[in-house]
Design a protein around this ligand. Structure first.
Ligand code: 5AD
Ligand code: SF4
Length: 442
C-alpha cells in the first residue's frame, strides 16, 4: 500500500479540502500517514492569498529536498490555490515537484499519483469547474479532535475584490446539495461530534435551486441546527454586502447556532472600499453591525482588515482605526496589502504605500485591536458561559480549554470533566486572547 502524507496551509476551506483528498485516495487503496518519513507521496495543499503564503511553501519545498535525497522514490505534489495560480510553471520553478493539481481536479489524484510513479512523468491538472462540489465524498477527518468538524457547503467566489486572487484560484461560485450537507452533519453528530462549521468563501450567497423553490443559507442553517440542540453550528465567511436580517433572525432563534459573526471590513474608508470593489460603504457596514447587535446583543464580531491598500492615505488609514473603535471587534485578522498577479489591483492600481508605512499602519491597527480585545474580555469577568470542552490546555495537563458560543477560548481547572462535554464556566480573569474560568456546579 502506497503511503500519502498531506500537509495543509491557508484557510479552513483548504483544511476541509485536504479531508476530501484523503477520502478520495483512501478509496483507491492509498494509506494516509501522519509520518512524513514513511511517505511515498507528500501532498502540500497550498495558499496563494498573499505573497508570504507562497514564499512559505517555497521554503518548505527546499526543506523537503533533504528528505528526497534519503528517499529517492518520494514524489511531491502541490495542491490548492498556488497550484491553480501557477499551474505547470510551478514544476519548472520547483524541480522537486512532480505534479500540481488544482482545487477542482482532486478526483483525478489517484490516477495522477499512479501515472507519476509508473511512467515517471510529471503531471498538471488545473481545470476549474462550474459544478464540482465533492458532494458525494465523505471526508476523512484529519487531525480531528472528534468534537468539531468542517463541512464545505459551497465553493468558489465571484465577488472580484480588487486585491484578491481567490476568484482566479477557486473559480465560479457553486453551492452543494443541502440534503448531502444535512446528511453529513447528522452523521457527524451520530459519531459523537458536537460542533460543525459550515464553510464557504461567501456563505451568504449559498443558494440551491429545487423544483419547488430554493434553499438559501438561512434555511440551510436552520435545517442543520434542527438536527439536535446539542450540536453547535458555526459558519464562515460572510460578506457584509449580503448579510441579511433573515439570517440574523435564524441565528437568534436557535440557541445552538453560535453567536459569532466574522464580517471582514477590509477598510474604514469609503473611497478605499469602492476601489476594493467591496459593494458597501462604511455606513452600510455599521448598519449591519447595528442589526447584529439588535438581534443578538451577546454576539461576538470578528473581522479581516488590510493595511496599506493601493493609494491609501494616512487619513484613510485613520478611518480604519475609527471603524475599529466604533465596532470594537472581539478578534481581527490583520494584514498588510500584498499585490497579487492578475487581480484588478495589479492591472489598474499602484502599490504605492511604502513597505515601512504599511508596516507602521498595520502595527497601529494591531495595537488598537489588542487594547479593544482586552477591554472586551474584561467585561466578561463574572459572566457564566456554556463551554464545549475541546481538550487539554497547551500549558498544563491539569487544565482544559473550550469555547463559548461567542468562540472565545476559556481555560479552567479540569476536575472530572472530559473533552466533548458541555460545562458551565464562570469567567474570573482574562488576557487579550483568552478567558480564564472556574467550573460552576453543573
Ligand atoms: N493582500 C493582503 N490581504 C489580503 N486578503 C486577501 N487578499 C489580500 C491581499 N492581496 C485578506 C483579506 C481577506 C483575507 C482572507 O485575506 O482581508 O478577507
Ligand atoms: Fe488561501 Fe484563499 Fe486559497 Fe483559502 S481560498 S487557501 S485563503 S488563497
Amino acid at each position: 500500500m502506497k503511503k500519502v502524507y498531506i500537509e495543509t496551509y491557508g484557510c479552513q476551506m483548504n483544511f476541509a479540502d485536504s479531508e476530501i483528498v484523503a477520502s478520495l485516495l483512501k478509496k483507491e487503496g492509498y494509506d494516509v500517514t501522519t509520518e512524513i518519513g514513511e511517505a511515498d507521496y507528500v501532498l502540500i495543499n497550498t495558499c496563494a492569498i498573499r505573497d508570504n503564503a507562497e514564499q512559505r511553501i517555497r521554503k518548505r519545498l527546499r526543506e523537503l529536498r533533504a528528505l528526497q535525497q534519503r528517499n529517492t522514490g518520494l514524489r511531491i505534489g502541490i495542491l490548492g490555490c498556488m497550484a491553480e495560480r501557477l499551474q505547470s510553471q510551478l514544476m519548472v520553478e520547483e524541480e522537486n515537484v512532480s505534479f500540481v493539481v488544482g482545487p477542482d481536479a482532486y478526483r483525478q489524484l489517484p490516477s495522477i499519483l499512479a501515472r507519476v510513479r509508473e511512467q515517471g512523468v510529471k503531471a498538471a491538472e488545473t481545470e476549474l469547474s462550474t459544478t464540482e462540489t465533492y458532494a458525494d465524498i465523505e471526508p476523512v477527518r484529519l487531525g480531528s479532535n472528534g468534537i468539531s468538524a468542517y463541512i464545505s457547503i459551497m465553493r468558489g467566489c465571484q465577488n472580484y475584490c480588487a486585491y484578491c486572487v481567490v476568484p482566479y484560484t477557486r473559480g465560479r461560485e457553486r453551492s452543494r446539495d443541502p440534503e448531502t450537507i444535512v446528511a453529513e452533519a447528522r452523521d457527524l453528530y451520530a459519531h459523537g461530534y458536537k460542533e460543525v462549521t459550515l464553510l464557504g468563501q461567501n456563505v451568504n450567497s449559498y443558494r440551491w435551486r429545487t423544483d419547488d423553490g430554493e434553499v438559501g443559507f438561512a434555511e440551510l442553517m436552520a435545517r442543520v441546527a434542527e438536527i439536535s440542540p446539542r450540536l453547535r453550528v458555526r459558519f464562515a465567511t460572510s460578506h457584509p454586502k449580503d448579510l441579511s436580517d433573515g439570517l440574523l433572525e435564524v441565528m437568534a432563534k436557535y440557541d445552538n447556532i453560535c453567536k459569532c459573526i466574522h464580517l471582514p471590513v477590509q477598510s474604514g474608508s469609503d473611497r478605499i472600499l469602492k476601489l476594493m470593489n467591496r459593494h458597501y460603504d462604511s455606513a452600510w457596514y455599521l448598519d449591519r453591525i447595528a442589526a447584529i447587535r439588535r438581534y443578538m446583543p451577546d454576539c461576538s464580531i470578528t473581522t479581516d482588515v488590510i493595511a496599506g491598500f493601493c493609494t491609501e492615505t494616512e487619513e484613510e488609514h485613520q478611518m480604519t482605526l475609527d471603524m475599529f473603535r466604533k465596532v470594537r471587534y472581539d478578534y481581527a485578522y490583520m494584514f498588510k496589502f500584498s499585490m497579487r498577479p492578475n487581480t484588478y489591483a495589479e492591472k489598474h492600481l499602484q502599490d504605492d504605500v511604502p513597505e515601512a508605512e504599511k508596516t507602521r499602519r498595520l502595527e497601529e491597527i494591531i495595537a488598537l485591536q489588542g487594547q479593544i480585545a482586552l477591554e472586551n474580555n474584561r467585561k466578561e469577568i463574572g459572566r457564566v458561559y456554556e463551554v464545549l470542552v475541546e481538550g487539554e490546555s497547551h500549558r498544563s495537563k491539569e487544565r482544559l480549554f473550550g469555547r463559548n458560543s461567542q468562540n472565545k477560548v476559556i481555560v479552567f481547572d479540569r476536575h472530572e470533566v472530559q473533552p466533548g462535554q458541555y460545562v458551565k464556566v464562570k469567567v474570573v480573569d482574562c488576557t487579550a486572547a483568552t478567558l480564564l474560568g472556574e467550573l460552576c456546579a453543573q
